[in-house]
Each structure stands twice: as structure tokens, then as C-alpha cells.
Design a binder for this molecule. Structure first.
Ligand code: UD1
Ligand code: UDP
Length: 379
């Protein structure tokens, strides 16, 4: 092993939004274990303390080298500001490899900047597809995967999507799910009782998270969604740690505190997953929460017409529902109890994905030809 190569080259992680932090933490600790020189750039896409700072504490993330404070805006405004900000960062830091995560606008901007500057990139969570280009994330996924040099996949379906899109298999690695690594690490800290007590919950409850533009941006869709959540609240108390995106629209549509409905600020990572661990049911339109409920064995109703994470349906506890179907589906899920998750979690969702990714990155930094075994499933 020539460790100098791991020290000489800077590996830069570009993170911007809540789910990025959760996915990056195990990769950063895996690379640290192997002695790789690394740094983190926060784009500032998410900036509220409860959408950002709390994750740095809960996940023990290192201080960013820079925060670009891009803030909010239209897609074009946000992406354009990210492009110029990230270009400056790349020219200054001269990284040997940039790692991007998931499917947010910060991911898209970073991959574009690096592609134009000739900086090699790796994409964590490559190959997921909802086949719904009305989702901004789907556009980000397609562009990111077309440009990335190393692609890390969380599930076998992602491998076939990439093959179908003509991505060379030599760039692709099935490594499992780093978001599940973070969950494994947090598990000993996930105690529902204190957070239930703080939020005044006793007995059974459902947890809701809502933030997809298709659900919360349009007043008519927001109203349909809120009516559905109120329908669930007739069966079980519902607590919603509300993402800031939908705050105003959903309140206007009637999502307000009531006897069986509690609306709170977004929760920190450990508090949120503690609450989910103790829940009878989860209602969500989140990507990551579909995966976390699969691991925790909590029934999950995903209020979307499609999912880029079908493995959570075939292999987990997840079910897609329309708002109209939600109340009855919730009532049924409460009767069925802990649903019937598969005996085993999806392949390689074992808490070791961060280290697998780190090993591939270290081999790449050393200029090694990755073995055929490493190219398929990385053991
Ligand atoms: C973004 C991602 C989405 C991801 C989600 C995770 C894109 C296109 N979307 O959506 O894929 O699922 O993050 O949570 O990148 N806001 C605040 N405070 C914050 C951040 C946002 O108040 O700290 C509000 C602003 O009003 C902003 C809105 O939320 O306009 C949307 O934020 P933005 O980052 O653009 O998209 P998200 O909906 O958060
Ligand atoms: N999450 C959290 N607090 C909350 C809601 C979600 O810590 O109040 C965590 C959740 O456990 C998961 C991540 O945020 O790890 C998912 O982020 P989000 O749903 O915003 O994004 P998506 O996965 O849909 O892109």
C-alpha cells in the first residue's frame, strides 16, 4: 500500500441538503479509517439549524472547509449560484476526486462543475430511477449518473438502470446503502421514550413527513393531502415534523394542530428516528424515510405515484398510496401491525457500505485496477 497517494490527493465531499449529510457520514468515516485526506464543502442549500447544524452534531460530521450559503430560490437561481460558487471552490482546492450524494440540486451543480473542469467524480446512490421526469430529483439523477466517473449503487435495480443507460459496468459498484450505515450507528441512541414525552405522545401514533413539490406546492394537491392526513388522524394520532418547504401551503390547506394532529419543527436526526422507531405507522413522501422504515420494520405508506426505491416495497415495509387511499390504508396497516417485512434486509444493507465505498476510492487513488469482484458487488 502506498499511503502517500492517499495523503497527497484531496477528496472533496459536496453536501447541501439534509439527506446528503446522512449519506456522507459513513463514507467520511470510512475514508478517515483508511487515512485518506478529505474535506467537506457545504453548499448551504439547507441552512436552518434544524435542517443542517443538528446533523453535523448528531452524525459527528467534520467542520466544512467552506459554506457557500447558496440559500433558496428557483431551480435556475439556486443551480446558477451553485455553479459559480462551486467552480471557485474547485479551482482553489484542486481536489483529486469529488464525491457527490443523492439527487439534490447541489449534487447536480457539483457534477457539472467538475465535468467541465476535468475533475474526477464519484456519485453515491447512483442509478435510482422513478422514471418520472416531473420530479426535479429524477433530472438530477440522470445528469449526475451520465457524468460521474465512479458510481456507487445501493440496490441491484440501480445496476440495471445504469446498464440500460449505457454506463460502463467498469465504473459501477454495488456497495449497499450508506444511509442505512448511519441508521445502524445511531441505533443504540434511538430511544423513543424521551422524545415521545417531550412531544406529549402516549400510546400509538403515526409520524408524517411531507415535502415533495408535487404534494405540497400546489394548493389543490396540498388540500387533498391534508384531508388525507386528517383522515388518518381519525384512526391514530399523527405527528408531523414539518419540512419548511410546505409549511405555509399546508397550513393554508388546514394542516394545523388539533386534538389528534401535532405539527412540530423538523426534528434532529436522532430525535426523528427515535420517534419513527416507536411509531405504529409512518406516512411520508421522503426518499430516505422509505429506506429507514424498511430497516426498522415500521409500516410505511408513501404518498407518491412512484418510487425510485422499489426495493423498499418488494423487500420492505413500504406501500405506495394515493391521498384518497391513505386513510383506509392507514387503518389497515394499524390492524396488520408491523406488516410483513422480508426476513432479511436488502443485499449489503449491513452497516458496512461507507467502508466499501472508501475501499474503492482508496484503490482508485492508488491507481489500482479494480478487480472484477470489486466491480460488481463489493464484498
Ligand atoms: C431538497 C431537494 C429534495 C430533497 C429535500 C430534502 C432539490 C431539487 N430538492 O428539497 O430532493 O428531498 O431537499 O429535504 O434539491 N427552506 C427553509 N430552510 C432551509 C431549507 C429550505 O426554509 O434550511 C425552505 C425555503 O422556503 C425553500 C424551500 O424550503 O425555498 C425548498 O428548499 P430547497 O432546498 O430548494 O428544496 P427542498 O424542498 O428542501
Ligand atoms: N429526517 C430528520 N428529521 C426530520 C425528517 C427527516 O432527521 O424531521 C431525516 C430522515 O431520518 C432521513 C433524512 O432526514 O435520514 C431524509 O431527508 P428528507 O426526507 O428531507 O429527504 P429525501 O430523503 O426525501 O431526499
Amino acid at each position: 500500500m502506498r499511503d502517500s497517494q492517499l495523503n497527497d490527493t484531496l477528496v472533496l465531499h459536496v453536501l447541501g441538503a439534509r439527506p446528503n449529510f446522512v449519506k456522507a457520514a459513513p463514507v467520511i468515516s470510512g475514508l478517515a479509517e483508511l487515512g485518506v485526506r478529505q474535506g467537506l464543502i457545504h453548499t448551504g442549500q439547507h441552512y436552518d439549524a434544524l435542517m443542517s447544524d443538528v446533523f453535523f452534531v448528531d452524525l459527528n460530521l467534520p467542520e466544512p472547509l467552506a459554506n457557500l450559503a447558496v440559500g433558496s430560490g428557483t431551480h435556475a437561481q439556486q443551480t446558477a449560484t451553485l455553479l459559480t460558487g462551486l467552480e471557485e471552490v474547485m479551482l482553489r482546492e484542486q481536489p483529486g476526486l469529488v464525491i457527490v450524494y443523492g439527487d439534490v440540486n447541489s449534487t447536480l451543480a457539483a457534477i457539472l462543475v467538475c465535468a467541465k473542469l476535468g475533475i474526477p467524480t464519484a456519485h453515491v446512490e447512483a442509478g435510482l430511477r422513478s422514471f418520472d421526469r416531473s420530479m426535479p430529483e429524477e433530472v438530477n439523477r440522470i445528469v449526475t449518473d451520465a457524468l460521474a466517473d465512479i458510481l456507487f449503487c445501493t440496490s441491484p435495480d440501480a445496476l440495471s438502470h445504469l446498464a440500460h443507460e449505457g454506463v460502463s459496468p467498469s465504473k459501477v459498484h454495488l456497495v449497499g446503502n450508506p444511509m442505512i450505515d448511519s441508521l445502524f450507528s445511531a441505533l443504540p441512541k434511538l430511544d423513543p421514550a424521551p422524545v415521545q414525552e417531550r412531544l406529549g405522545l402516549s400510546g400509538r401514533y403515526a409520524v408524517g413527513t411531507l415535502h415533495r413539490p408535487a404534494n405540497v406546492d400546489d394548493p389543490a394537491s396540498a388540500k387533498e393531502l391534508v384531508d388525507a392526513v386528517l383522515g388518518v388522524a381519525e384512526h391514530v394520532p399523527v405527528i408531523v415534523p414539518l419540512h419548511p418547504r410546505g409549511r405555509q401551503r399546508l397550513a393554508e390547506a388546514g394542516l394545523v394542530d388539533g386534538p389528534a394532529l401535532k405539527i412540530v419543527e423538523p426534528l434532529g436526526y436522532v430525535d426523528f428516528l427515535s420517534l419513527v422507531r416507536g411509531a405504529a405507522l409512518v406516512l411520508t413522501d421522503s426518499g430516505g424515510v422509505q429506506e429507514e422504515t424498511t430497516m426498522l420494520g415500521v409500516p410505511c405508506l408513501t404518498i407518491r405515484p412512484n418510487t425510485e426505491r422499489p426495493i423498499t416495497v418488494t423487500h420492505g415495509t413500504n406501500r405506495l398510496v394515493t391521498p384518497a387511499q391513505l386513510p383506509a390504508a392507514a387503518a389497515q396497516a394499524l390492524v396488520d401491525g408491523a406488516s410483513t417485512p422480508s426476513e432479511e434486509l436488502p443485499v449489503l444493507w449491513d452497516g458496512k457500505s461507507g467502508l466499501r465505498i472508501a475501499r474503492v476510492v482508496a484503490a482508485w487513488l492508488r491507481g489500482e485496477n479494480l478487480s472484477p469482484a470489486a466491480r460488481g458487488t463489493v464484498g
